[in-house]
Design a protein. Structure first.
Length: 302
């Protein structure tokens, strides 16, 4: 069976929904033990990640004399936990809230932080995507959830002795991705362009693409050095070798699947061949080798 573009879109949309429900289920099951932990990455930068369940993507803070900027803000359900965790590091208000992309596990609390006075920053495509988002009752996002500062290519925030450059990479995890690079601190937040140690989710229905993810990670690997500390969208703190390893895995996966396609194999035949079996260690609850193969097929057949 060769998937039609419409069917592929529908599959991608259902995968998106499944991701949200798996996250919600995980959360419900493990609510009691759910917490955040804070890792001090440099003198001014902190990484906040969930423990005991799914809280959403990794959150970062820069805290210093100039104020506080934050990157991403987790699932809406974890707002109180997140605020309590932030309070362990600073009692100052959040001045800037940078959004890496539109998914609810990264910007689920924009509304609350926006209401609290944080100026939300994002790529212009994220703001556009957010304006089309509706909940199950047909309600649109409240005004306070919307970015007030948007950019098309890049912008820089000069804060706490550093120049934090927010860069866009085209059509990678979504079509509105932002990566944040703190030059002096040598720290990079990749958003979901990088799932450290796991197969990535590539959101085809929101403009993401396999080639875009490979392009972005390759560009990132050339921008940084062995000392760069990388806060990935999901997974533990990473470094340059984790990025190059991920790029190699993605390029190899693409070439293996492309070869099968060039040999005239149907999608079903490619899936049955399980070409990504050797990368089983990258499987996780949402993207196993079969789902990853489907994502690679989508990229190869484009
Ligand atoms: Zn995510
Ligand atoms: Zn995402």
């Amino acid at each position: 069976m060769i998937l039609s573009p419409t069917l592929r879109k529908t599959l991608a949309a259902s995968i998106s929904l499944t991701f949200a429900s798996i996250a919600a289920m995980t959360f419900a099951q493990e609510e009691q033990s759910l917490s955040f932990k804070t890792e001090k990455v440099t003198d001014t930068i902190y990484m906040l990640s969930g423990q005991g369940g799914f809280t959403g993507g990794n959150v970062a803070l820069t805290v210093g004399n100039d104020g506080v900027a934050m990157i991403d803000n987790g699932l809406s359900d974890v707002l109180d936990l997140l605020k309590a965790e932030i309070a362990k590091t600073t009692d100052k208000p959040i001045d800037y809230m940078i959004n890496t992309h539109v998914h609810g596990d990264h910007i689920g609390n924009n509304h609350a932080f926006g209401e609290g006075g944080a100026r939300i920053i994002s790529h212009e495509n994220l703001r556009e995507a957010l304006s089309k988002k509706k909940d199950k009752d047909g309600n649109t996002e409240p005004k306070s959830a919307f970015p007030v500062l948007t950019f098309s290519d890049r912008m820089t925030i000069h804060i706490n002795g550093d120049a934090a450059t927010i860069m866009h990479f085209d059509s990678a995890h979504t079509d509105g991705d932002a990566v944040v690079y703190f030059k002096n601190d040598n720290v990079l937040h990749t958003g979901d362009i990088m799932f450290n140690g796991n197969f990535p989710f590539i959101d085809d229905s929101n403009g993401g693409s396999l080639d875009g993810v490979i392009r972005a990670l390759t560009a990132i690997s050339k921008m940084i050095n062995d000392d760069t500390k990388i806060i990935p969208g999901h997974g533990p703190l990473a470094n340059l070798s984790d990025v190059t390893k991920t790029v190699a895995m993605l390029e190899d996966s693409k070439s293996m699947v492309a070869k099968l396609v060039a040999d005239g194999k149907s999608d079903d035949e490619v899936l049955a061949a399980n070409p990504l079996a050797k990368y089983e260690e990258y499987s996780w609850g949402f993207i196993n080798t079969e789902r990853m193969t489907k994502q690679v097929l989508t990229g190869v057949r484009k």
